[in-house]
Design a binder for this molecule. Sequence first.
Ligand SMILES: [Zn+2]
Length: 132
Amino acid sequence: MHELPVTQSILNIVMEAAQRAGAPQILAIDLVIGDLSSIVDDSVQFYFDILSKDTIAEGATLRIRREAATAVCLDCDAQLSVSAPLMPVCVACGGARLRVSGGREFYIESIEVEDEDSGRTGDPGGQRPSSG
Ligand SMILES: [Zn+2]
């Protein structure tokens, strides 16, 4: 049930980013969820729909990418791809000392916002090309 605070913090982050960019609406959010994290996609979507109501993120599409889990064998250094439930032994050497090295991540990869003047991405306060 920890998706609620997680989703709330996602929303806080994307709203802040959108406001800083002056975007009137958030269209889509790309999330990466590791296979071993206990985050459930559907729950995130569920809470997002509730929490984003009456905000600029309302109706935004959540695009969730699952990151495969990996583990490193401490005996033979083999890099293994694993899935839950975790295999207790290394498939390469049969060793039982595995360290999970990936698959627990959970982060926002990118945010898609509506541009104020349609289509054109604004120059982020940069320099003009010098011309005569
Ligand atoms: Zn091994």
